[in-house]
Ligand binder design. Structure first.
Ligand SMILES: Nc1ncnc2c1ncn2[C@@H]1O[C@H](COP(=O)(O)OP(=O)(O)OP(=O)(O)O)[C@@H](O)[C@H]1O
Length: 540
């Protein structure tokens, strides 16, 4: 597909936002781009999730209460609800991100969900679009393509260009992701996961923090993806009337229960059937949220009963189902019937959701390739992290100056032998902890990125870990340089250089060896947190 055609497609998408709701031609082109191999129908029954507020707490909180539902391919499903209703929790459970404390059954294309296989089919874009801030858009896409595709470099480049143009990111492809606007970051997070065309896409609040036009653009895009055959499930707080009309299937959660599952057109008739008349010229979504909030009385139990906590599909529209290739997969119009059909066919196949699974299964490329790509990415990040380098150097200089002044001329008098010992001890401790601080400060910001990428099967954890540790060898050289630099500042002050050359050199070597041993052990054991703390003390 040429760039010209793609630019036309992008213009058409923009046109959809401002004029009409549907454009069959752009849908066709997006379908070509996505090349969806498989349509996914996700059905869940009696999902309950209990969480402990903290790890040692005996008391459990029930966050999801016997929810059921059915999400179909070719439809844009929106999970709606007030803040704290349980939308993200439901997504975490359905994607398999949360497995502990979950009971119930989940079926994928009429078969009990196998978590390993299911994870190969999905992409989960979490609420906080965690991106590598030091990489440009193009570099981030290159890394995603290298890790997720096995095609030729030319094909990868073509696919990246297609997606960037479609997502309107081609103009900022050389901008660092840390400098992108909120909307661009959201679109990049989606673009990164579209690289391998996953048949099922989960998005946690893709429109949060976006203005109305950008939100509409984002939802239009998701709708086009759904029309191309993907199962698109997103959570949304309170859509405007125009956004609501674009949603094919609305699934409303309130207090861990399902209070509505059906088409947006059927929402007002559904509420009328319960004696709740949506005022004219009122956004039905706003009205529904007010009902969920209890503004019109206690209607929630009645709504949960009416919709059978998600099992009742009578308010669904079936028109969209005809668009998808695998319509034979839609075997029933209600959740219970789907599960009954499964049980009759193979009762032993039914497995509970909390079954064990292997993390990181199903990556596209092998260990060594993953390692190489991650090393390349780390090298780019390290070379651009000027703040860290500057902080290291200036910190060593300032501390060396202070320590030098405190221990001024102690090397010349035998009376100060204890001070010499103190100076040595202080330096060892300071240099050790300053080396740790780099890891401690970067780890919290990197953890969510790693969790997202690993969950979406970009790489296995051991290749990520080894790549990171190998990169620390590079930064170790910087540390050793800082140490030498710091020492050469301290020793002239204390006048210790001449007498103590031997043990100063010994100490520097010893200090470096602590890190080498630590690194080797960490790589072997894979228990970074414990060994990072323990090993230096043992060795020193
Ligand atoms: N581990 C936990 N222990 C106790 N309560 C929890 C735990 N995790 C989540 N909760 C609670 O569960 C409820 C649902 O959380 P969830 O994040 O699913 O809400 P949400 O509908 O996605 O809200 P928002 O739209 O604000 O993101 C919240 O009240 C939250 O405080």
């Amino acid at each position: 597909m040429s760039t010209k055609v793609l630019i036309e497609m992008q213009q058409q998408l923009r046109h959809i936002v401002t004029t009409s709701e549907n454009a069959p031609t752009s849908t066709k082109k997006l379908e070509d781009l996505m090349d969806i191999q498989k349509s996914i129908f996700l059905v869940f029954e009696d999902i309950t999730y209990c969480a402990r507020p903290w790890i040692l707490s005996g008391k459990k909180t029930e966050l999801l209460k016997n929810l059921s539902g059915e999400f179909r391919a070719g439809e844009l499903t929106a999970i709606m609800g007030l803040s704290g209703a349980g939308k993200s929790t439901l997504m975490d459970v359905l994607t398999g991100f949360t497995t502990t404390g979950v009971t119930g059954n989940i079926m994928v294309n009429s078969k009990a969900r196998n978590l390993n296989e299911f994870r190969r089919l999905l992409a989960y874009i979490m609420q906080n679009d965690n991106l590598q801030p030091l990489l440009t858009v193009q570099e981030a896409m290159n890394v995603a393509a290298d890790l997720k595709l096995t095609t030729s470099p030319q094909q990868k480049k073509q696919k990246i260009d297609q997606i960037l143009v479609t997502m309107s990111l081609d103009t900022c492809r050389h901008t660092r992701t840390g400098k992108l606007s909120g909307g661009e970051r959201k679109r990049l997070a989606i673009a990164l996961e579209l690289i391998n065309s996953p048949p099922i896409l989960f998005l946690d609040e893709p429109t949060s923090g976006l203005d109305s036009v950008t939100s509409k653009y984002c939802i239009t895009l998701l709708k086009q993806l759904a029309k191309a055959g993907q199962t698109v499930i997103c959570s949304i707080h309170q859509p405007s009337a125009s956004l609501l009309n674009m949603i094919d299937h609305l699934y409303v959660v309130a207090d861990g229960n399902c209070v509505y599952s059906g088409s947006t057109q059927n929402l007002v008739p559904y509420l009328s059937s319960l004696g709740l008349q949506c005022p004219t010229h009122y956004n039905p979504a706003d009205y529904l949220m007010e009902i969920c909030n209890g503004d019109y009385g206690r209607y929630l139990p009645q709504m949960v009963n009416a919709i059978e906590n998600g099992k009742n599909n009578a308010w669904r529209s079936i028109s969209n189902v005809t668009n998808v290739n695998h319509q034979e997969e839609v075997i029933a119009l209600n959740v219970t019937a789907s599960f009954q059909a499964l049980r009759q066919r193979s009762p032993m196949e039914i497995q509970h959701v909390y079954g064990k699974h292997k993390a990181g299964a199903g990556c596209a490329i092998g260990f060594w390739k993953q390692l190489f790509i991650l090393l390349k990415r780390n090298a780019i990040r390290l070379s651009r992290d000027k703040v860290l380098t500057f902080t290291r150097l200036s910190m060593h200089f300032v501390i060396a100056l202070i320590v030098g002044v405190i221990y001024f001329k102690i090397g010349q008098d035998a009376v100060y032998v204890l001070d010499n010992f103190n100076l040595l001890f202080f330096n060892i401790m300071f240099l050790m902890f300053s080396a740790f601080s780099a890891t401690v400060t970067t780890f919290p910001s990197e953890l969510p990125i790693t969790m997202r990428e690993h969950f979406n099967r970009w790489y296995k954890l051991h290749s990520f870990y080894l790549a990171n540790k190998t990169s620390t060898i590079l930064s170790l050289h910087a540390d050793v340089f800082c140490r030498q630099y710091g020492c050469s500042n301290v020793w002239p002050f204390s006048w210790n250089r001449n007498e103590s050359t031997a043990w100063y050199d010994l100490w520097t070597t010893h200090d470096s060896s602590i890190f080498d041993i630590q690194w080797i052990l960490r790589s072997i054991q894979g228990r970074s947190s414990v060994l990072t703390m323990v090993i230096p003390f043992i060795v020193s």
